[in-house]
Design a protein around this ligand. Structure first.
Ligand code: TNX
Length: 537
């Protein structure tokens, strides 16, 4: 008996360690545990969605909309129906049965589908998984395979960044994006609103940001390596009104997505300086940049007006974005002007700083203190480590992993976003006729294989890695179509590394699931790239 018990114990342990038993379900990101089996549930126009106590009707309404688009069926919605009653789809909250925040349990049986969430987000994610099990297409009855799925995220921060300064996209396009992010359980949109080439958020106190900084004269086409450059001769620009930004935040929240605004400082500020030249070290005149890169003219760190301006801007920003983070950039700030600017040099002296790097740290720390008075936390690119990290700052490690490693060792939260691994402006294929991209090569497999927690961190340090994010810089993405081409299907790999448990990743299995998602993406209105490299080693 003892031997038998030991054997059974071993089998049970092995089953626990081996998260996915049974035939795979085509869910992306891969759930923690998923077992397919049993008879299917047949969804018809008579199927009702029952929303249990404590839940808002929002998740059921989203699901109904999806089923209508994909399956051409209209489900009925039942608020608070008794669980024992008729068949149908039951949504319920149970933080005891499902212990992980954002976690859910999905059971598909012949007469009934149950989605149990730890919280409202959990129920929402359970419905996303269920949505992915629906066959896309028409028909009066949709068969959902019988299964049991138990699932929760590995990371609390699952991010996608979008640069709207280099090229901007209409609000309906951004909403479609949010739908797709939610479908893949990504919960953060990092919205890069300002840069050298354009300021994209309405700030009521500074109208010249809308009139001047939102536009650039004409745009360089072509890659830096591909001289001679060519200009398109077009004035380009625009901005999002505060009402539009608020609407986007609301739309995102309904899908359990937080929008983090980024207001760049002290570098990448040419557009702002073109509107308010007194905030630069030389006093201008300046022009919003018409080509890509890094520019010497940055906010003057010796001028008090710079801090007043930025504090005023942040006042309006925090009133729009309710999330706990505000991103203040901090990347790629040349010190060329500061080195010869009398005001900056006077500041260095007055504050007993060693050099311009410490001046950058002074700048960021001052803004960090300001954000703290507004109950917000500072998020910045890894250059905010330069000259000393601001207390409580979270670091987004983009130049590689080193910044993130350093920050985690100092006990600061980290979001991993190393450019060589997760930048979606890099090429996804080696096809010489592929359309122009920023350079680099990040095929689907490379992104899929990326492990966000560096092996050099101790277990305690590793806990500071809050998550992972893919960045979408849009220098070479002038249209929504090109944006989609660059982002899909690579976004699906990001979703999986951000959500699914650590462990050996089966790339060919992932690829097979990606292919089954083609029609689902189509139903969401997204056309993914098809000529990406499926490199296998
Ligand atoms: C670096 S990543 C930048 C961006 C560019 C990108 C192009 C980062 C914090 N800064 O300004 O768009 O490279 O790949």
């Amino acid at each position: 008996t003892t031997v038998l018990c030991l054997v059974l114990l071993c089998i049970w342990q092995a089953a626990k360690a081996q998260p996915n038993l049974g035939p795979p379900l085509p869910i992306i990101p891969q759930p923690v545990r998923a077992r397919a089996g049993g008879a299917p549930f047949v969804l018809t126009s008579r199927t009702a969605v029952h929303t249990g106590p404590g839940l808002t009707p929002s998740a059921a309404a989203r699901f109904r909309q999806y089923v209508c688009t994909v399956g051409h069926l209209t489900l009925s919605l039942q608020p608070r129906a008794a669980t024992g009653a008729a068949g149908g789809i039951y949504l319920q909250l149970d933080s005891q049965a499902v212990t992980h925040p954002e976690g859910y349990r999905l059971v598909v049986a012949p007469g009934r589908i149950t989605v149990t969430g730890h919280d409202e987000a959990g129920v929402f994610y359970g419905l996303q998984s269920l949505s992915q099990l629906l066959p896309a297409g028409t028909g009066s009855a949709l068969r959902v395979p019988g299964c049991v799925v138990e699932d929760y995220p590995r990371f609390g921060y699952r991010g996608m960044h979008l640069d709207v300064s280099r090229h901007m996209f209409p609000v309906p396009v951004l909403k479609k994006w949010l739908d797709v992010l939610a479908f893949y359980k990504i919960n953060t949109l990092h919205w890069h609103l300002t840069d050298d080439q354009g300021w994209r958020l309405e700030i009521k106190k500074y109208p010249r940001l809308q009139i001047v900084a939102a536009y650039r004269a004409e745009t360089l086409i072509g890659h830096k390596k591909e001289l001679p450059h060519r200009f398109d001769g077009q004035r380009y620009g625009g901005y999002y009104t505060q009402a539009e930004a608020r609407e986007l935040v609301r739309y995102a929240a309904e899908r359990h997505i937080t929008v983090i605004p980024e207001i760049e400082m002290p570098g990448h500020a040419l557009a702002a300086l073109s509107a308010y030249p007194a905030l630069g070290c030389t006093g201008g005149p300046y022009q919003a940049a018409t080509f890509w890169g890094v520019f010497d003219d940055v906010y003057c760190a010796g001028n008090e007006d710079t801090f007043t301006f930025l504090a005023d801007v942040l006042d309006e920003v925090v009133a729009i974005f309710p999330g706990r983070y505000v991103h203040i950039g901090g990347d790629e700030c040349p010190k060329t002007r500061w080195k010869v600017c009398p005001k900056c040099q006077a500041r260095i002296k007055a504050e007993h700083l060693k050099d311009e790097h410490e001046l950058q740290s002074y700048f960021i720390q001052r803004m960090g203190r300001y954000l703290a008075t507004k109950n917000k936390q500072l998020l910045g690119w890894d250059e905010i480590l330069e000259g000393g990290l601001s207390p409580g700052a979270t670091v987004m490690s983009w130049t590689g992993e080193q910044g993130g490693i350093e920050a985690a060792r100092l006990g600061h939260s980290v979001v991993m976003t190393p450019e060589k691994e997760v930048y979606l402006d890099y090429y996804q294929s080696l096809n010489p006729r592929d359309s122009l991209a920023a350079g680099g090569y990040t095929p689907l497999r490379k992104l899929y294989r990326y492990e966000p927690v560096p092996a050099v961190l101790t277990a305690a340090q590793a806990r500071y890695v809050r998550g992972v994010q893919a960045n979408v810089w849009t220098e070479y993405m002038p249209t929504p179509r090109k944006l989609e081409y660059m982002v899909f299907p690579r976004l699906l790999a990001l979703a999986e590394i951000a959500w699914s448990p650590r462990g050996p990743r089966n790339y060919s299995g992932f690829l097979a699931r990606v292919r089954t998602h083609d029609p689902l993406l189509g139903a969401l209105g997204v056309v993914p790239a098809r000529n990406y490299d499926e490199v296998t080693d």
